[in-house]
Design a protein around this ligand. Sequence first.
Ligand SMILES: *Cc1c(COP(=O)(O)O)cnc(C)c1O
Length: 224
Amino acid sequence: MMTGSIAERIANIRQQLPPEVRLIAVTKKVPVDAMREAYGAGIRDFGESQVQEAAAKRSLLQDLPDVTWHLIGHLQSNKARKALEEFQWIHSCDNLQLAQRLNRLATELSLKPQVCLQVKMVPDPTKYGWTVPELLTDLPELDQCEALQIQGLMTILPLGLSQQESIEVFERTRALALEIRQQSWSTLQMHQLSMGMSGDYLLAVKAGATMVRLGQIIFGDRIA
Ligand SMILES: *Cc1c(COP(=O)(O)O)cnc(C)c1O
């Protein structure tokens, strides 16, 4: 059961987070009025999973100048240019071809987007993202995407894990970022870990998340 106002929920969540953890309010299917309420409660980071929806909302929220927009959903390559125009952060860069396309377009547009590489720690052919071996193979080419500020990893847990399994997956993600960081890359940065949603963010924070992406726990159930 969801209790309290959006502002109260945000305050409660904030209290449970270390101050350095970035709270991204996931606003897919959330109306702009509720987004304004979240803004009023201090939220400056909005996460959206669709480029079109974000573009429409951005035009309605132009009076909120200091907002950072984060793309967290799968990006089709034909929307890559628009995504770069609408979002400062792309958490869901999930394959090498997309990274290289974003890099080309960012160069063209003179942009330096912040990017996370989406990794699936538990292989699942129906999910987006690099498996660990694929990611390690692609690192040299990712390191050459000089227009991208590749800041770290993003992961989504598979459904149905126990608490212990969830912590283990988050900790393996952190260990992977550390392993990459200890290699000597020229552009790749690996200090950000975008992990943790409404159901698992406290576990993710324990395991070292630097950004959590929270939707339902702030805004209530999404009506599809
Ligand atoms: C929807 C979504 C979230 C937020 O999920 P909640 O369960 O509503 O907190 C976080 N990350 C991604 C990638 C999502 O698609």
